[in-house]
Design a protein around this ligand. Structure first.
Ligand code: NDP
Length: 325
């Protein structure tokens, strides 16, 4: 018997319940894990609220680090006792222990601790595909990153800077601006106080940027398009302020033959070979200290509801870990 967060109906953070659960023995292709740390991600709030539909009752969470305690038949890339982490698989990472498919599990190198792994797998693999695959950031590029002081945001700023880009970042407060600048963001814009598209035009001498990374969604989508140079790429990868309403494609022509993509990590990391390459690159930049994972909040796993309240109220910065007792 172990404990996990479950919910029987979608809604606010109050629907999350801390309950006793069984950990079934692993079936074919599965492993059992004892979690050491669990990652908090914005997507967890979409599953909880119902923005992304889930089958109820449900577990929650898509990211954790831990130790393999049992292997099901056919699992040959892991052994009992291995330190592992994952981003993906069925919901249910908010648990002290669980049984799950082995497919998303990656072995952790010694240089990457469990808390850092739990904090960075989802956000870090996302930064990898956004900067290195969706749009390949090159030296000399000037790019726009929204919510630059957030979990994904701070990783994007540091990694893009290392790739030779000039980073413009939007942030919700002066404190967040200071934090983003300390992590490679060259120019910060307080987008709750000033029109960010105008500032981006000023900062780029009227040119606009080749790519915008926007996971704020509803509140920023249209103005983000206005920040792009002709044939620029709008990467809409999240909905922190709500889902983006349908877009008139004709607008993309009028605004300069723009491209729009709506990517998700779960497509990019679906194939084992690509996932291993992405993880190796992430572990490399973190291991060499090029990208620092800032764990700025910790909550007991049983207190996940409070973590959700703070995340949704924009009270967090960097990454957040749910601590397993
Ligand atoms: P963050 O730590 O970035 O938290 C979200 C931030 O969004 C807030 O801190 C806030 O920063 C900003 N924000 C702007 N408007 C709002 C609003 N109305 N309500 C709440 N927050 C708002 O979270 P994560 O790093 O976990 O995720 C960032 C985004 O990336 C999310 O949208 C998430 O869904 C997306 N994502 C997408 C992935 C994909 O593959 N598609 C994978 C991983 C994450 P500020 O105060 O500075 O405005």
């Amino acid at each position: 018997m172990t404990h996990a967060i479950r919910f029987e109906q979608t809604g606010g953070p109050e629907v999350l319940q801390w309950v006793a659960v069984d950990v079934p023995p692993p079936g074919p292709g599965e492993v059992s894990l004892r979690h050491t740390a669990v990652g908090l991600n914005y997507i967890d709030t979409y599953h909880r609220s119902g923005l992304y539909p889930v089958e109820l009752p449900s577990g929650l969470g898509v990211e954790a680090a831990g130790v393999v305690t049992a292997l099901g038949p056919g699992v040959d890339h892991l052994a009992v006792g291995d330190r592992v982490a994952y981003a993906g698989g069925p919901l249910g990472a908010y648990a002290e222990a669980r049984t799950m498919p082995a497919a998303p599990l990656v072995k952790l190198p010694d240089a990457v601790g469990d808390e850092v792994a739990a904090a960075m797998m989802l956000q870090g693999l996302t930064a990898q595909y956004l900067l290195r695959q969706t749009y390949v950031v090159k030296p000399g590029d000037t790019i726009l990153v929204h919510a630059a002081a957030g979990g994904v945001g701070l990783l994007l700023c540091q990694w893009a800077k290392h790739l030779g880009a000039t980073v413009i970042g939007t942030v919700g407060s002066a404190e967040k601006a200071t934090l983003a600048r300390a992590h490679g963001c060259d120019h910060t814009i307080l987008y709750r106080e000033e029109p960010f598209a105008e500032r981006v035009r000023e900062l780029t001498g009227g040119q606009g940027v080749p790519v915008v990374y926007d996971a704020v969604g509803k509140d920023t989508f249209m103005d983000s398009l206005a920040c792009l140079r002709p044939m620029g790429l709008m990467v809409s990868f999240g909905n922190a302020s709500g889902a983006v309403p349908p877009v008139d494609l004709g607008l993309l022509a009028k605004m300069g033959s723009l491209f729009v993509t709506r990517p998700t990590l779960f497509t990019y990391a679906a194939e084992r070979e690509r996932l291993d390459q992405m993880a190796a690159e992430l572990f490399d930049v973190v291991g060499r200290g090029i990208v620092k994972v800032e764990i700025n909040q910790r909550y007991a796993l049983a207190e996940a509801a409070q973590a959700h309240r703070d995340l949704e109220a924009r009270r967090t910065t960097g990454s957040t870990v749910l601590v397993v007792a």
